[in-house]
Design a protein around this ligand. Sequence first.
Ligand code: NAP
Length: 340
Amino acid sequence: MKSVVYSRTGDPSVLQLVDRDVIEPGPGEVRVRILVSGVNPTDWKSRLGSGDGAAPPFPEVTPNQDGAGVVDAVGEGVADLIVGDRVWVYLAGHQRPTGTAQEYTNLPAVRVVRLPEGTEFDVGACLGVPAMTAHRALTVSEDSPARLHPGAQAGKVVLVAGGAGAVGHAAIQLARWAGATVITTISSPAKAALAKAAGAHHVINYRDGKAANTIRKVAPDGVDLVVEVAIGANSKLNIEVIKPRAAIAIYANDGGSEFTLDVRQNMIKNVRYQFVLLYTVGKAALEAAIEDVTLAVGDGALPVGEDAGLPLHRFPLANTADAHQAVQDGAVGKVLIDVP
Ligand SMILES: NC(=O)c1ccc[n+]([C@@H]2O[C@H](COP(=O)([O-])OP(=O)(O)OC[C@H]3O[C@@H](n4cnc5c(N)ncnc54)[C@H](OP(=O)(O)O)[C@@H]3O)[C@@H](O)[C@H]2O)c1
């Protein structure tokens, strides 16, 4: 089979297209014929490592956590999946070398999820990191339900920072599906159009200096929950627009910056800060995300593509390095790799 691997960390040139044997799945594992591999920032960050060319955690690593395809073989003890199932996968390369930038990948059955009937593989390849992160961020509020389904967030106001980003896009779609009023911030008219297409009710440019006023106008009682990509840049804005007991779910590190909090202002509002990292979020949160995201996909609530606010940028497997570079360069939308 064709496989993309790296055996030292570094820039995209460390990625090599090679031929490798197809391996039988072990007990509890499933082999998936990957058809579409999804690229996320975490994939190039892992490939780059600390930038000093150090060895990756395995002698040879295939990149990319997300993907979609068809179950090709099941290992001993796997009861829920059968050969031929159309599936999406998540955390494919977490603590193992088996990412999705290859024709066949073996992974624990729990990380392989059946796609609802009629769902395109492109949708499946966009779910893992973005939708599961968005799900966690949307379910950590004291005053909002811990699970998502239609109506779960009725009457709630959700602020999604960066609604044209991959996670922001999924957060808008999930919150909208769950019945929330969704406000999102963006930095340009083009990104505003994407966030609107994703389903945001109110789209606000955070660079025009009036974001707090505009948010207060559309949500006079305040925001219940913030899905935050840039806490350093937005912490002041957040405190100005949230309700008492609001939650702020932080899933990105703002380029590594630190941020300071006004203790009194946060105390007055009884704010809950919840950091989110998919790798360590825990079994219960992953299971909840799988169930709710699958329900949303089945309802047609998580479409992808330009019309749905998430333009797709496609690369062949042989050009995985270009796909990584595109994500690293901040491609707007989603970068996908077609696996032959
Ligand atoms: N913790 C986790 O488990 C987890 C999971 C997924 C992703 N992440 C991290 O989250 C980040 C985003 O991932 P992604 O795949 O969504 O990337 P993406 O598609 O590149 O989106 C990032 C978005 O953030 C926006 N943004 C930047 N600064 C902003 C600000 N001050 N206010 C509002 N929006 C702002 C960007 O747009 P503008 O610059 O135009 O505003 C862009 O739309 C990455 O650093 C990634 O590694 C973490």
